[in-house]
Design a protein around this ligand. Structure first.
Ligand SMILES: [Zn+2]
Ligand SMILES: [Zn+2]
Length: 703
C-alpha cells in the first residue's frame, strides 16, 4: 500500500508512472502568515492520485480570502513543495489546526491574480478531467507556465516572432468574402459557433483567419491562433505579427521560462489580445475570448501524446463554447471527424475551392512495377527533375524515411539486425556511421558479422533520405541540395534556417521527410516528387488511408503556388483509390469512400474509441495485468453500443524494453462507467508495480 507519508515523486514511482514536471519553484508568490485568520481549502495537485487535498489557508489580509482558481504552493510529502490550484473554499475557525482529527498543513504561498484560473478556464479544466478521465490536478499545469512568476530578463516575446516576408496583398476572392461574412455574422451574434474552413492548398485560408481576428478585436474581444508546429510555420507567424504588431505574442518551446510568464501575465492583464502558438496556447488567460482559430486542424500534433493526453481541437471547441466564441477549424484535408460534424450540421462548412493566383498542380502517378528505377528514381521523375532544373526552378522531394538504409540484413540467413530494446529493425545511418533505433534511440556500430549465423555478408537494404541525398549528389552534380529531417534539425533554429535558405533560392532541391509537407509557401517550386506514395498505406492502423491522403495532398500542394506546377507520385499500387483521389485533388471522393468503411468497422467518427495500453518489462506480468483488465472491463461493459476488443499484443509488441498489450473500447462511456473505469485503472496501477497502464481517450493511432 502507498503510505500517506510518500511524497509525489515516491507515489509516481510506486505506481510506475512517468514523472511529472517537479520543477515548480515559488518565484513571485506571496508568503502566507499562518497566524492570520484562516480558511479550509481543497487543492488539486499534479500528483498521480485521483483526489484533491485539504489544506489550511491563512489569509494574507482580512480582505483577501482564498478564491477558487488561486494558484498556490503547498508542502507535500516530507520535503517537497508542489504548485496546485484551489478548487474549493470553506470557512474555518481562526485557530483550527485539524479537520476530523487529521492535522492540516498550511498553504505556503499564493500567486498573484494573473495566475488565478478564472471561472471560464476552470470549467475547461473540469471538462478535460472528466472527458479524458484524468485527476483534475494533472490538467492544472496546462493552465499556467511551467515556472510561474519567473522574471524575464529583458526582451519582448515578439522578438521571437519572425520579420515579415514579402507578402503579396490580394483582394479577397469571392469565396474568401463569403467565409469572412459567415464568420463575421457568428462573431456579432455573441453565440458559440464552429466553422470548418475547407480550402485547397494555396487558397488563402490564413487571410480569412486574420480578417476574422481583426473583426473580433474591433468588437473588443481577444483571439487565440493555434498552429500545429511553430518551427515549421514561420511564414504564418510573420504574417500574424505584421498584422497585429505589439498586441500579439507567441508561445513556443523556444521561449525561456521568464518569457512564457511575460506572455501569460500580459494576456491576463489585457495587454495582449492575440496569442499564437501550438496546442499549449489554447490555455492562455485571455479575457473576453471571441475567436479561436485551429489552423491545419487535421494535424496529429494537436493530440498530446503524453500525460495529460488530450486533443487541442476538441478542447478548443469546449473553450469556445464557454466563451460564446467562434471556433474556426481550417484545413485543405479536414479530419474525417470534423467533416462528419460539418455534414451533420454541427459545424458550418465553408469552402475555398480555388487557389489564389494559380491553379492546382497536375499530378502524374508513375507505376514503379517494371519501371527501370535507379536507387528508387523512375525515369519519369528523373526527367521531370532535369526539366525543372533546366528552367531554373526548384524541386521538393518527399521520402518519409530518414537515414541511409531502413534495415541491415544478412545475405546468408536473412536475419535483420534488431534493436535489443524493441522488436524493430535498426536503421543504418551514414553520418555519423551507426545503427539507430527510431523508437528508443538505441545506437550501435554496424556488426562485422551476422549476429545469428556469423556470415560476413550483411547488406543494408531499403532507402532513406541520406541515401537519396547521395544519389542526387552523384546524378545531379550541378544541383544544390538541402535536406530536412530529424537528423538535420537537431539544433535549435535549424528548421527555420533550412526553410529560409530554400525560400531564398540557395538550393535547387529540398529533400525531406513529412516535415516538407507542412504549410510553406515557396513561389519557385514547380515540381514535387513523392518517392514512395504508397508507403503509409500498409500501416496497421484504422487511420492509415486518411493519413496517407492528407500527406499526399499536403505535399503535392507545395508545387506551383504561383504558376504551373507538377507533381510525380511514384507508387507500387498506382491504382489505389487513396493515391488516385490525392492525385485528382479529390477530397470528396476520398471521404465518400472512407466514411462508410469506418462505419462498417465501427471506428471513429461513427463510434468513439478508447485505448487501454498495458506495458511492462516482464512479459508475463504485463500480459497478466492486461488479461485481468480486459476481463473486468468486458464483464462490466455488457450493453448495446459498447464493444471491448482484446487484450492483444500491440502492433509494435515491444518498444523501449517494454512489452505492450492493448485493449480497445468502442463506444461512448456514460458517467457511471467512467467513474467505475477510473477506479479500476487506479486499483490496477496500485496492484502491479512493474506495469504501466495508460488510457487514451480518442487515440489518433492504435499502434
Ligand atoms: Zn529501440
Ligand atoms: Zn546470418
Amino acid at each position: 500500500m502507498p503510505s500517506t507519508k510518500m511524497d509525489a515523486r515516491e507515489l509516481a514511482q510506486y505506481y510506475g508512472l512517468p514523472q511529472l514536471p517537479w520543477k515548480y519553484r515559488p518565484k513571485d508568490a506571496r508568503e502566507l502568515d499562518p497566524t492570520n485568520p484562516c480558511q479550509l481549502v481543497e487543492i488539486a495537485l499534479p500528483v498521480p492520485l485521483d483526489q484533491t487535498f485539504s489544506y489550511r489557508y491563512a489569509r494574507p489580509t482580512e480582505t483577501e480570502p482564498a478564491v477558487v482558481g488561486d494558484l498556490v504552493v503547498v508542502p507535500f510529502g516530507r520535503r517537497r513543495k508542489v504548485t496546485g490550484v484551489v478548487v474549493g473554499v470553506q470557512g474555518l475557525a481562526a485557530d483550527a489546526r485539524e479537520v476530523d482529527g487529521v492535522k492540516l498543513k498550511d498553504v505556503g504561498q499564493v500567486y498573484g491574480p494573473e495566475y488565478r484560473i478564472g471561472a471560464e478556464r476552470m470549467k475547461v479544466a473540469r471538462w478535460l478531467a472528466d472527458y479524458y478521465l484524468l485527476p483534475l490536478g494533472e490538467v492544472v499545469p496546462l493552465f499556467h507556465p511551467p515556472a510561474p512568476g519567473t522574471k524575464a530578463r529583458g526582451g519582448r516575446t515578439a522578438d521571437e516572432l519572425y520579420p515579415e516576408v514579402d507578402k503579396p496583398l490580394f483582394e479577397l476572392s469571392a469565396a474568401q468574402k463569403t467565409a469572412v461574412a459567415a464568420g463575421s455574422t457568428h462573431l456579432k451574434s455573441q453565440q458559440f459557433s464552429a466553422m470548418l474552413l475547407h480550402g485547397v492548398t494555396g487558397s488563402g485560408k490564413t487571410e480569412v483567419y486574420l480578417t476574422l481576428i481583426e473583426e473580433a478585436l474591433a468588437l473588443g474581444r481577444t483571439a487565440i491562433f493555434l498552429l500545429p508546429e511553430i518551427a515549421l510555420t514561420p511564414q504564418t507567424l510573420s504574417r500574424i505579427s505584421a498584422r497585429f504588431g505589439e498586441r500579439v505574442a507567441a508561445i513556443h518551446s523556444g521561449l525561456s521560462a521568464g518569457q512564457r510568464c511575460l506572455v501569460h501575465e500580459g494576456a491576463a492583464r489585457g495587454e495582449i489580445d492575440v496569442v499564437v502558438g501550438p496546442r499549449s496556447a489554447l490555455f492562455a488567460p485571455l479575457k473576453n475570448l471571441g475567436i479561436i482559430v485551429v489552423d491545419e486542424e487535421h494535424e496529429n500534433s494537436y493530440k498530446q501524446d503524453e500525460k495529460p493526453r488530450y486533443h487541442a481541437r476538441h478542447t478548443a471547441l469546449v473553450r469556445g463554447r464557454e466563451n460564446k466564441a467562434l471556433v474556426v477549424l481550417g484545413s485543405a484535408t479536414p479530419d474525417l471527424e470534423s467533416m462528419n460534424n460539418a455534414r451533420n450540421e454541427r459545424f458550418e462548412l465553408l469552402e475555398l475551392p480555388e487557389r489564389m493566383g494559380g491553379t492546382l498542380p497536375l499530378v502524374e502517378v508513375v507505376d514503379m512495377r517494371g519501371a527501370k528505377t535507379v536507387e528508387g528514381f523512375t525515369p519519369a521523375l528523373t526527367e521531370a527533375m532535369h526539366e525543372t532544373l533546366a528552367a531554373g526552378q526548384q524541386i521538393i522531394l518527399y521520402y518519409n524515411r530518414r537515414g541511409f538504409a531502413r534495415v541491415v540484413q544478412c545475405t546468408s540467413c536473412g536475419e535483420v539486425v534488431m534493436c535489443p530494446n524493441c522488436d524493430i529493425g535498426l536503421t543504418y545511418h551514414l553520418r555519423p556511421r551507426r545503427l539507430l533505433c527510431h523508437y528508443c534511440g538505441h545506437t550501435e556500430n554496424l556488426p562485422e558479422t551476422c549476429p545469428d549465423c556469423g556470415s560476413e555478408e550483411t547488406k543494408p537494404s531499403g532507402g532513406g533520405t541520406e541515401k537519396v541525398e547521395l544519389h542526387l549528389q552523384a546524378h545531379f552534380p550541378e544541383a544544390r541540395l538541402l535536406r530536412l529531417d530529424r537528423d538535420t534539425t537537431t539544433r535549435r533554429g535549424s528548421h527555420k534556417k533550412i526553410l529560409a535558405a530554400f525560400a531564398r533560392g540557395e538550393a535547387d532541391i529540398l529533400i525531406g521527410t513529412q516535415m516538407v509537407a507542412k504549410g510553406h509557401h515557396f513561389p519557385n517550386v514547380s515540381l514535387v516528387g513523392v518517392l514512395a506514395a504508397d508507403d503509409g498505406l500498409g500501416l496497421p492502423d484504422f487511420r492509415a488511408a486518411e493519413r496517407s491522403f492528407q500527406l499526399l495532398t499536403q505535399v503535392a500542394g507545395r508545387s506551383g503556388r504561383t504558376g504551373n506546377g507538377r507533381v510525380v507520385f511514384q507508387a507500387w499500387q498506382p491504382e489505389h483509390p487513396v493515391i488516385q483521389a490525392a492525385a485528382a485533388h479529390d477530397y470528396q471522393t476520398f471521404i465518400d469512400d472512407e466514411l462508410p468503411a469506418r462505419k462498417a468497422l465501427g471506428y471513429p467518427p461513427h463510434r468513439r474509441l478508447m485505448r487501454l495500453g498495458v506495458t511492462g518489462k516482464k512479459q508475463g506480468e504485463a500480459s497478466e495485468a492486461a488479461d485481468r483488465l480486459a476481463e473486468v472491463v468486458r464483464e462490466s461493459f455488457i450493453r448495446p453500443g459498447l464493444t471491448v476488443l482484446g487484450p492483444a499484443p500491440a502492433v509494435f509488441p515491444r518498444l523501449h524494453d517494454r512489452f505492450r498489450f492493448q485493449i480497445l473500447i468502442k463506444g461512448t462511456l456514460n458517467k457511471e462507467e467512467k467513474v467505475w473505469l477510473r477506479g479500476v485503472l487506479a486499483s490496477l496501477r496500485g496492484s502491479y508495480r512493474g506495469v504501466d497502464v495508460v488510457h487514451d481517450v480518442d487515440p489518433v493511432s492504435v499502434y
